[in-house]
Design a protein around this ligand. Structure first.
Ligand code: NAP
Ligand code: ZN
Length: 354
């Protein structure tokens, strides 16, 4: 099956029309007509080879919502006509201890197969043909790596839940964020705005920590109880030693020590953004027996749990819809922190792509 897509051909080129070959659905596969695809900052990092492991041509997109066209005869969770979601991974070994613990993103056999910029599995290892993501008309994915999305959710605004949603939900759950805690979310972008919504829904006192003075009003509207400007040293000092938990979504290497000083003793800052080197002084963790940790998306079972939580509590992303033809402009705006708070591509616009 040949379908329309948008791809980058190298780290310097813009996204442009491209054709992708999708497999015919096998017995465990779900064939999905993609309706909406969110734009994650990871799409930009990988399109531009920020992490030094990009495979070109690349079709980004791992925040995918679509309608099921066809399912294989062994598929139980979904049927034709249902709404399905696909996130950052499309396969894993299924046998290692991580996969068996529903943490496929940590698969011990070569890692998970990423939705794009990954490789199909051959003999259990991700060494085969490149995978292509959601800036595309259709995708075919094994049932285990899909979630069922209730139609009661605003489907456009639900697309970002598949990455920004689970990436913030999972660490907030893992570190048991809840009532009576002062929780800081650092960086008000796609992940950060979902972090505020979940931390608030879990009952915490939420503080938005931002470099952008003009985002204060939005942070409050999204559920933050307080807003802290990270470049205001006096206010940062006044909040020193007062946080139970910090979720750091800054996408680039930075000095983490001012943030570590915000934590109470024994508390943790979880990094989800930075893959490149960052500055950490030993004193920042030693003095208060503090921890710095990391977190990568979440497993498929937890992704379904997060979607169901969102349906129950009516949580979706705040989005700006674009046509695929505006995707390069959206990337430029994301680089300038000018996203409120997630771009979502209307995939129907691919039909008018050249
Ligand atoms: P985004 O929408 O671009 O938001 C990032 C926010 O970080 C910005 O809005 C800005 O917020 C702040 N920021 C940007 N540059 C900064 C700088 N130099 N110093 C301080 N703050 C800065 O990005 P996103 O889609 O939320 O993604 C955030 C990061 O998480 C990316 O690196 C992405 O690749 C990564 N990610 C990780 C996972 C995972 O599983 N771990 C999953 C998805 C994404 P303010 O204006 O409020 O300061
Ligand atoms: Zn993402």
């Amino acid at each position: 099956m040949e379908v329309r897509a948008y791809a980058v051909k190298d780290a310097k080129s813009p996204l442009a029309p491209f054709k992708v070959e999708r497999r015919e659905p096998g017995p465990h596969d779900v064939q999905i007509q993609i309706l909406y695809a969110g734009i994650c900052h990871s799409d930009l990092h990988q399109a531009r080879d920020d992490w030094g492991r990009s495979i070109y041509p690349m079709v980004p997109g791992h925040e995918i919502i679509g309608r099921v066209v066809k399912v294989g005869d062994q598929v139980k969770k979904l049927k034709a006509g249902d709404i399905a979601g696909v996130g950052c991974m499309v396969d894993s070994c299924r046998e290692c201890s991580a996969c068996q613990a529903d943490q496929e993103q940590m698969c011990e056999k070569g890692g998970a197969t990423w939705t794009y910029n990954g490789r199909e599995r051959v003999s259990g290892l991700p060494t085969g043909a490149p995978t292509y993501g959601g800036y595309c008309e259709q995708i075919v994915v094994e049932e285990r790596f899909t979630v069922k999305v209730p139609e009661s959710l605003d489907l456009k605004a639900a697309a970002p839940l598949l990455c920004a949603g689970i990436t913030t939900y999972s660490p907030l759950r893992q570190w048991k964020v809840g009532p009576g805690q002062k929780v800081g979310v650092i960086g008000l972008g796609g992940l950060g705005h979902m972090g505020i919504k979940f931390a608030k829904a879990f009952g915490a006192h939420v503080v938005m920590i931002t470099t952008s003075p003009d985002k204060g009003k939005d942070a409050t509207r999204l559920g933050a109880d307080e807003v802290l400007l990270s470049r205001d040293e006096a206010t940062m000092a006044a909040h020193g030693g007062s946080f139970d938990f910090l979720l750091n979504t800054i996408p680039v290497g930075h000095d983490v020590n001012p943030y570590m000083r915000l934590l109470k003793r024994y508390s943790t800052m979880v990094m989800v953004g930075v893959l490149t080197p960052m500055e950490l002084s030993g004193g920042s963790v030693i003095a208060g027996r503090k921890s710095i940790a990391g977190s990568s998306i979440g497993g498929m079972a937890e992704t379904q749990e997060m979607i169901d939580f969102c349906a129950k509590h009516n949580i979706v992303s705040d989005i700006e819809m674009i046509n695929i033809q505006s995707v390069n402009e959206a990337y430029e705006r994301m680089l300038k922190n000018d996203v409120k708070y997630r771009f979502v591509i209307d995939i129907a616009s691919l039909r008018s792509a050249a």
